[in-house]
Every structure is written in C-alpha cells, then in structure tokens.
Design a protein around this ligand. Sequence first.
Ligand code: TXA
Ligand code: MG
Length: 311
Amino acid sequence: MIPLEQIEAAAEMIRQGRLVAFPTETVYGLGANALNAAAVARIYEAKGRPAQSPLIVHVASVEMAREVAAAWPQAAGTLAGRYWPGPLTLVLPKRPAVPDIVTAGLGTVGIRVPAHPVALELIRLAGVPIAAPSANRFSGLSPTTAEHVRESLGDAVDLILDGGATDVGIESTVLSLAGPRPVLMRPGMVSRREIEELVGPIEIAAAAGDGPHAAPGMHRKHYSPRTRLLLVEGGAVPERGTGAYAGMGGEPAGPVARLVRMPRDPAGYAAALYETLHRLDREGLDWIAVERPPEGPEWAAILDRLERAAG
Ligand code: TXA
Ligand code: MG
C-alpha cells in the first residue's frame, strides 16, 4: 500500500530526530527515536502534552524489547509470546539508555510490538525503538485515520504515513509487570480475563485521577471530542439543542438530528468508535448521546473510553 521508499524515507527522518506519524493496529502514533531525548521533547511540544505523561516505546521484536527493558520476567515472555505483535503494552523496569523524558522520569518503560506491517517496517528500517503516543493534541480523541492526524496536528508533524483506517480502533491494554504482581494500568481490547488466563490474578490500578499516582498519564479528561458527550440509558436524550444519538439497538426517546447505529460486537464497536466521534464532532452539534454499552469484560475498555470522553 505504502511504497517501501516512503517508509525508508520516514525511517531516515526518525534517525535524524524528526517526527513521523504512522499507523498501528490500534490508533496512529506520533513517533520519534526513543533514544534521542531532543527528538522525544518535540513529541511533547507537538501534542501539548504534560511532561508527567510517559510514552510507549514501540519495538519490532522481543529481542529489541529486551534492549529497552532492564528485566524480563517470565510473565513478560508468556504474554509477549501470545500477544505480540498486538495491542498489549508491557511496563517493565527501564534500562539507562532510555532517556528520562520518554518515561516522565519513572524507572519503568511501557513497551509494545505493534501488529501493523508499516509500523514494523518503519521500526526495522530505523533500527531504533520508536517512542510514540497517540498522534493527537493532548486530551483529544485518538486518531484512527491519517486525516484525523492532519486535522489535529497539522504542520507540527514532519511526515504522516497513511496506512488507511486502523482496525482495533482504541489504544492498547497497558499492563505493568514492574512490581510484585501484574497491574492493569489501562484496559484495552486484550481483556483482563485473557491476561489472567495466562499469568493468574492481576490487580487494577486505582481509578486514575489527576494525581501523579497509580496510572501515570491516565488523566480523567482524556479521549474527548469537543462536543459535549453524554453516556445515556433507555434512549434518554437532552430536550434542548441539536444532537446525535449513537446506539446499538434502542431508539432515542426524543428528537435527534443524527442517528448512528453502532456495531453490536465489541471488536466492531471499538473499531468504529473514534471514527464515529470524530465525524459527529465536525457537525457542530450541541451534544452527542451515546447509549451505554452492556456490562461485561469484553466491553470494559470501550466503557472506559466512553466514560473518559463524557468527563
Ligand atoms: O495503542 C496504543 O497504545 C497507542 C499506539 C500509538 O501504540 N499509543 C498510546 O499512547 O495510546 P499514549 O501516550 O496516548 O498512552 C500511553 C499510556 C500513558 O498514558 C500511560 O497510561 C501508559 O501508557 N504508560 C506508558 N508508560 C508507562 C509507565 N512507565 N508506567 C505506567 N504507565 C505507562
Ligand atoms: Mg493518547
């Protein structure tokens, strides 16, 4: 899809300390050479991201992960064996070669191997690990297309590799293996249950507030459209203003300007979620009412993102 020469040029830019936005299977990332502190500083600047939010380091193999991590516990081997490449980030003690700016001064680093051919080729050709948060302005909706990246970051990024729409659609699961027991820092489409089947019971990070504790970077107001988003039940919609209703089955109980039918399966729903919110956000509506998804572990990550978007 993307010519190899273009990925080669992008890899050269990464080596030169510039910023390249690239597709992963989850969302688009805003990448820089993870071993170059000045390059990584440009990521924070482009995003308007606070310095206390650590970045995820993307690698092309377990071997490369072990050059970044100072320890490789058995659970890391088990989980990487099953889910890499894929939407699972493992937090591990970091090696000194990883600059403090990447990890917001923490002694640990989040690492994953993305399951996208363009991302993998980019990392291999660059020959260095790539630090990349989602390629959007801080606290906005994550981008699932190159167009979303352009709208959010514009000239702040040196190059955007356009790999089409991402297929998982929401950010990776983040699991810390840096302490005595595994801790889920951010839910994702690799579910708690799937992880526990492989490595036993895990803990859930204390509901991330705005403090510097528990899950760094998991600010309450995150992943938000500009339009007011409401999480509703039984089709309840505001009486005032013009809005949209996004539901899986139920009808809105009042008039709406837009009716969006969301997929009924979690994978399909996640893949459509940000694209739908980006689209509705452009329409100048007063509100977006989203039907609360069902309870259950396979919906946990989607509910988490919706609750954050609703603030
Ligand atoms: O799917 C994804 O993870 C995407 C793609 C681009 O890979 N990236 C992404 O990055 O969502 P970002 O920066 O938007 O979110 C990274 C989150 C942080 O907010 C934080 O919660 C967690 O990962 N994280 C990273 N390093 C950590 C660390 N050392 N300790 C605890 N949590 C960490
Ligand atoms: Mg983000």
